[in-house]
Every structure is written in C-alpha cells, then in structure tokens.
Design a protein around this ligand. Structure first.
Ligand SMILES: Cc1cc2nc3c(=O)[nH]c(=O)nc-3n(C[C@H](O)[C@H](O)[C@H](O)COP(=O)(O)OP(=O)(O)OC[C@H]3O[C@@H](n4cnc5c(N)ncnc54)[C@H](O)[C@@H]3O)c2cc1C
Length: 374
C-alpha cells in the first residue's frame, strides 16, 4: 500500500516512526513538508509513565516539578511518571534513522496545496504536481475546528543568563504569580541548564477576546516575572516563541474517503492542558495497528466523553472567571505526588480515582459540570 503524509512535523514524523516499527511492511511512504515550521526550533514536553518508541529523542527527563498556586510553593514528585523534553531535530534524527532501516520512506520538500479523494485512493497536490497514494494523512490542510472553546495563548523566551539562575533538575509546571486580570494565566519554566531556560507566559483566553496588544502584555508579564519573582535581572533573550492554539472539545470528523486528519487538525490537543505529544504518539500507534491488521487506518479508539465534559467545563469556568484556574490547580496539585492528576489528565483514571481527586475541588466547578450535563 502507498502512503502519503502531508506535514513532517510532530504528527507526521511520529506516524512514520510507528509505521516503520510494525513488523508488517506498510509503505512505501512519502512525507512532504515545506519547512514553514523548522524542526530546529521546535520542541515538545510531555509526561509519560511507560517507555515510548521515540525515547531515544528525549534529551531531558525530570522526576518532579515545581508548582506555585494560592501562595504555596511546592515541589511535587511524579510517581510513576517522568516529565520529558524532546527537541525537534532529535525527533527528526530518530525517525530518519528508523526509516533508513526500512529504505522505503522518502522525505520531500514541498508545499501541499490540495488533498482530495481520487478513485479508490487519494491524491495530494505538491508544488503543483499530483501525487497519488492509497492513504493520505493530513496534518496541514484541514481547517481549524468549527467550535473553539478557548484559546491557549503563550509567549516564551529562551533565555541565557551570565550566572547560574535556574535549577536544572526542576521545571516549573505552573506559577500563578502573574496577573489574572485579563485571562487565567501562569508562567512555565523549563530549565535546560543552570544558565539556560525557556520561560513561558501561558493564558487560557476566551475564544472571542483575542485582540492586539496581547504580545506587549505578555512581554511585560515575562519581564515582571523574571525580575520580581525569580530575581533574574540580567539575561539575554536568545529566541522568542509564541502561539495561539485553538482549544476545542468538539468531535472532529477526521475522515474523508481515503484521507485521515492527524495531529492538531485531528483534535489531538488536549483542551484543558494544550499538550498533544502523548496523544499523538498513541494515535500514531493506533493508526499503524489499524493499517496493519485491518488494511485501513480507521479502527481508532473513541475519545472518552466524561473527560471531554471535564475539559469543556474547566474551559467554561476559567474563561468566565479567570481566578478559578488557580483554585482548581492548587487543589488538584496539593498532594505529595502528581501521579493521580497526571493519570487523570491522560484520561486513564477510573471513576473512583476521579471521585477522590475531585472531592476537594471548588463547588462552583461541580455546579458547572451539572449544568453542562443536563
Ligand atoms: C510553539 C508551540 C509549542 C508547543 N509545545 C508543546 C509541548 O511542549 N508539548 C505538547 O504536548 N504540545 C505542544 N504543542 C502543541 C502540539 O503538540 C504541537 O503544535 C505539535 O507540533 C502538533 O503537531 P502537528 O503535526 O499537528 O503540527 P506541526 O508539528 O506544526 O507539523 C505540521 C508540519 O506541516 C508543515 N506544513 C504546514 N503547512 C504545510 C503545507 N501547506 N505544505 C507542506 N507542509 C506544511 C509545517 O512545516 C510542519 O512541519 C505546542 C504547540 C506550539 C505551536
């Protein structure tokens, strides 16, 4: 069977890795990317309890992280979980190495302008040329979701400091010592070494509220956090990254004939966290399994509805009353180990485990879940 993957970013590369890892021959595979999101500057953090196929691309592993909410600072252990970081070019190197062993994967530079059904298969238009395949996986052309519940708006600085300022063993998962006035906001810190870190301002903003001026606000929040909270006054901004990710809890219709959306376009971003790495790995594994066993890529697990209800409710609550995010996070993470919360965010918790986790959440959140459920 022939396979074309539109987009060689996180979901495209992850799918290649999982396809070539199958014992059954699945290919030849063509991956097309126009380089608009260079892998050299991309990187993803995620947590996981199990080893993963692409672990050799992981460059940093943490067994705890710092959380600061409601005036309390604590370092929480991650139990069975590890928080990991993968650089884009390390991911590309690991995937290329795995693909070379198979010899039937071609990485092509090109711009995809159209993908459509063609007879029993599909075709993509790449730099004006039609390329046919039995299956096309699309991480580039699908429109953004119709229903957007909120936006995750972030701006981060990759910093270098002249003297050691960061604890290289402890990332800050969230620190709410930043204004909650316009949106539920926190700062995230990923240390790369004592003198290097990514410091990122993150906000859950209502979908309709995005206007100009936000970049200036985010930069001034980052400056204030560095100087007043971390006491870091001397630093060089090596690179800035910023994005606004639409968060949606709606069903995504991923399939069109022989074309399947993957990655962000397939709704892989978890609406209440903005993380997608692990979900993309699991989705890639499921697609490869389905292709190998069923001969088509559509035998995929269904999203879990009670987790969607929680995500939708959280976004509702925090976009209406930004101060609630800090209350929810401070309650959820007020424990020695983050394991139960991470399991829940991975949608792998049982109902009794969730009962325990939610027992101390603000009553306003229960009321909102009840309202949504009716
Ligand atoms: C700045 C940023 C940081 C993030 N950090 C994290 C994180 O730490 N952890 C996490 O879990 N999630 C994170 N996410 C969310 C999510 O995991 C990423 O967006 C992830 O890269 C999504 O994978 P994807 O394959 O859908 O998109 P991408 O990785 O962006 O891949 C799409 C690829 O398609 C190419 N492309 C686009 N249009 C075309 C076209 N017309 N023709 C050809 N090629 C094209 C691009 O060059 C790109 O390589 C982050 C998102 C952003 C924007």
């Amino acid at each position: 069977m022939t396979i074309l993957i539109a987009g060689g970013g996180l979901s495209g590369l992850s799918l290649v890795a999982h396809l070539v890892a199958r014992p059954e021959p699945l290919g030849p595979i063509v991956v097309v990317d126009d380089g608009r999101r260079p892998l050299a500057t991309a990187g993803w953090s995620y947590w996981s309890a199990e080893p993963g196929l692409l672990d050799e691309a992981v460059s940093r592993v943490f067994d705890r992280f710092r959380v600061h909410a409601a005036g309390r600072d604590r370092v929480v252990g991650l139990g069975r979980y590890r928080y990991r970081f993968v650089r884009g070019d390390d991911l590309a190197a690991a995937v290329t190495k795995a693909a070379e062993k198979r010899g039937d994967v071609v990485f092509r530079q090109g711009r995809v302008t159209d993908i459509r059904q063609a007879g029993q298969g599909a075709e993509a238009v790449v730099n004006g040329e039609r390329i046919r395949a039995d299956w096309v996986f699309d991480s580039v052309l699908r429109p953004e979701p119709v229903q957007v519940d909120a936006m995750l708006v972030f701006r981060g600085w990759h910093l270098h400091t002249p003297v050691p300022e960061f604890d290289p063993g402890v990332p800050t998962f969230f620190d709410f010592r930043t204004s909650q006035h316009r949106a539920a906001s926190f700062v995230y810190v990923l240390p790369r070494g004592p003198q290097e870190a990514l410091v990122e301002h993150t906000a859950f903003a209502p979908a309709r509220s995005l206007g100009p001026g936000r970049a200036a606000d985010q930069r001034s929040a980052l400056r204030a956090y560095l100087s007043s909270v971390l006491g870091v006054r001397d630093y060089t901004i090596v690179r800035e990254e910023a994005a606004s990710l639409p968060l949606s809890t709606a069903d995504v219709d991923r399939r069109r004939g022989s074309i399947l959306a993957i990655g962000t376009k397939a709704g892989m971003i978890k609406a209440s966290t903005g993380y997608a790495y692990r979900r993309i790995q699991e989705d890639s594994a499921a697609i490869a399994r389905s292709l190998a066993i069923r001969g088509h890529p559509f035998d995929l697990p269904k999203p879990k509805s009670r987790h969607r209800l929680f995500d939708a409710t959280l976004l509702d609550v925090v976009t209406q009353d930004p101060s609630q995010l800090e209350r929810v996070f401070s309650t959820l993470f007020d424990r020695a180990s983050a394991e139960p919360v991470l399991r829940f965010l991975d949608e792998e918790s049982s109902i009794p485990q969730e009962g325990k986790l939610f027992a101390r959440l603000p009553p306003s959140l229960y009321a909102a879940v009840g309202r949504r459920h009716r």
